[in-house]
Design a protein. Structure first.
Length: 660
């Protein structure tokens, strides 16, 4: 380990101090840039400094392997530095995290690095939930119904398994005469595209049990799909729409009154807006219910503008009459409801076969995985949760684990789904009851997350799930007479005030209820200078047929959609205008240059290439699309260390690097 001098640890402040107190169970809400990683690392160190706490007593669960490696590296480097740090520097670090700075405290701090190296497993238990589950199941494979020595498949193996499952599903459907399944797959491909279908089927696998229980046969699937969309009616969507357009279901008197008012406003001039509108209304009323259902869009434009708002009172477009405005508003809402019903019902009719297809695919994937004896990441979570939930067996497993795990720390807690919370709760079940909760043994749970970053809803995570897990833990602790310390870090050390004002405004507009919270959200603040600007561009949406001219005739740009072309143009023009204006940057005091601008996108896609092309066309210097350095990922560094050792097996340094 490198023992060169490091920057002093920044002092913890406010809620950060309470969050790292070793004896506290903590539920911490930490916004981006509020020092979450610093607090988590400091708590690990504070726990290690406690008497009777050993590295193997800690289990820190992170969301990604990269986060686990970063945290382990940060802690190990700090502990290695403390071994030979000057007394004043070590004391300053300990004081910054609220630890004991006495000679005895400093002596304990200098020993931590050796204790971590000597710990079972060769270090701290900082890992992803999947890595922990693999380790747990490897210790109890038979109890979990797995073969000893099993190996979970990695992302590449999962991708290959999905490809094989799809191929076998199509072959089996063709062999068994299930033409409907092949037709469904073809229709899904037309709707979603090849990648979209594969992503959809993957998500069906993740919800395979639910699909198996909820989706019955063809007719039953349609009922389920309509229920999901909030619809309940008998027969086909066309029949129901016709029923809603029948004389018994519409307000004929209102429609005739609107037609008369438009005629009067148009003064009998056939080409006037009023007379055209009146004719369209009366013509539609002359149709039978089936014809009305097929042509209700003919009167939609009579009461609704292109953006969907009611066309009720506008000089030159409608009669300027208060009664007309009221009637036209009612008519607009009615005809819009017809369109909403039609679209929703049609979606349900597409969803039903998609659910049946997803159910069939999930079963095929599960069967293929079983035949090949494979275990994927979802299996690790499900099997571990089931193992820890077994009556009798679960107590034995917990007993074996409890001899080691006394403190559980959960990073990015908002990304933990229900099954994963079930594992955490099972592991900590004895923390607050029975022999495991003795007065001579401190055992804690620490969770840190940010409800605003709960973006993995497709994996079963949600802000309310995060809140509910905290409520369950709070109740368990309260039943023992203790208290869960619910804290919040809202001061940002990264963002400037304009950014945080924007965040506060968005959250105020959205409301805390929409995020699954029971209480108002504390405002975010910063001590940084009050400079910077937040600009919002008007959203760009996909154009539909009839929306206007499409300027994508250039054959070289037929590979992108019109909305991507428009967005690329907007961004490029905005950048060009900024460079032309050359505003002075508050951070440097110098005029803005092209190199000061960065465009962040969700992925390196067609849009990224198009933006670069547009910037080039406008004469803006652009570096191109950023790429990661190939030697930066930890996996690549591990491979290089392995290669160096293979080339020079007698070199102790190469061996040490490989082991690290």
């Amino acid at each position: 380990m490198n023992n060169t001098a490091q920057k002093p640890l920044p002092p913890l402040t406010g809620a950060q101090v309470a969050a790292v107190t070793p004896a506290h169970d903590v539920w911490l809400s930490a916004s981006a840039g509020s020092g979450k990683t610093q607090v988590l690392s400091a708590r690990v160190i504070r726990l290690l400094l406690e008497s009777g706490v050993h590295p193997e007593n800690l289990l820190c669960l992170t969301f990604t392997k990269a986060a686990a490696a970063e945290m382990a590296d940060r802690i190990n480097h700090r502990l290695a530095y403390w071994v030979q740090a000057k007394g004043g520097d070590l004391a300053a670090d300990l004081q910054a995290i609220g630890a004991d700075i006495s000679p005895d405290g400093q002596a304990r701090a200098r020993k931590l690095f050796a204790q971590v190296l000597d710990a079972p497993g060769g270090g701290l238990q900082i890992m992803t939930i999947h890595s922990f589950c693999q380790s747990l199941l490897s210790s109890f494979p038979e109890e979990a119904g797995l073969l000893p020595g099993f190996e979970p498949i990695d992302d590449r193996g999962v991708a290959e398994l999905h490809s094989d499952a799809l191929s076998e599903l199509v072959q089996a459907a063709d062999r068994d005469g299930r033409d409907w399944l092949i037709t469904n797959l073809q229709n899904l491909s037309l709707l979603l595209g090849e990648d979209g279908v594969r992503n959809y089927l993957r998500r069906c696998v993740a919800q395979g049990d639910a699909l198996e229980q909820l989706v019955p046969d063809d007719k039953g699937a349609l009922v389920i799909a309509r229920g999901i969309m909030g619809l309940e009616f008998e027969g086909t969507a066309a029949e129901e729409l016709a029923r809603r357009c029948d004389d018994a279901a519409i307000d004929r008197q209102m429609l005739f009154q609107l037609a008369d008012m438009n005629d009067a406003w148009g003064k009998g001039k056939v080409e006037s807006r009023g007379c055209k509108r009146a004719k369209a209304i009366r013509s539609w009323l002359d149709l039978n219910s089936d014809q009305r259902a097929s042509n209700f869009l003919d009167i939609l434009s009579c009461f609704t503008k292109g953006d969907g708002d009611p066309q009720v009172s506008s000089k030159g477009y409608t009669p300027l009459d208060a009664e007309y405005a009221i009637l036209a508003t009612d008519a607009s809402e009615w005809v819009t409801s017809l369109r909403t019903f039609r679209n929703t019902a049609e979606y349900a009719e597409r969803l039903a076969p998609a659910l049946l297809t997803g159910k069939a695919y999930a079963a095929q994937y599960r069967e293929l995985k079983h035949v090949r004896g494979l275990v994927d990441f979802d299996d690790l979570i499900a099997r571990a949760a089931a193992l820890l939930s077994q009556s009798g067996m679960a107590e034995w497993v917990r007993y074996k684990l409890d001899r080691k795990i006394d403190h559980i720390l959960i990073d990015e807690a908002q990304d933990t789904n229900q099954a994963q919370w079930k594992i955490v709760e099972a592991l900590s079940d004895d923390f607050y009851s029975g022999a495991g909760a003795g007065p001579d043994r401190t055992r804690t749970v620490f969770a840190v997350g940010d409800f605003k970053q709960a973006i993995y809803g497709f994996q079963g995570t949600a802000p309310e799930k995060y809140r509910e897990a905290g409520e369950r833990l709070d109740k368990r602790i309260a039943d023992t007479g203790g208290a869960l310390h619910q804290l919040s870090l809202s001061q940002s050390f990264r963002s400037t005030k304009p950014v945080l004002r924007f965040v506060n405004a968005v959250l105020d507009e959205l409301g805390f209820e929409a995020l699954g919270l029971d209480d108002a959200i504390p405002p975010h603040n910063s001590d940084k200078a009050d400079f910077g600007t937040i600009e919002l561009m008007r959203p760009v949406t996909a154009k539909t047929e009839g929306d206007g001219d499409d300027d994508t005739d250039d054959a070289e740009e037929q590979w992108v959609t019109s909305e991507k072309l428009e967005l690329a143009d907007r961004l490029a023009r905005h950048v060009k205008n900024l460079i032309t204006a050359k505003p002075v940057l508050a951070t440097t005091g110098l005029p803005l240059e092209p190199g000061d601008i960065m465009i962040l996108l969700k992925a390196r896609s067609q849009l990224a290439a198009l933006i670069v092309a547009r910037l080039h066309a406008m004469g803006v210097p652009v570096a191109g699309i950023d790429r990661l350095k190939i030697v930066e990922p930890i996996a690549v560094q591990d491979m290089l260390a392995t290669i160096r050792f293979a080339l020079q097996p007698q070199d102790d340094l190469s061996l040490a690097c490989l082991l690290v």
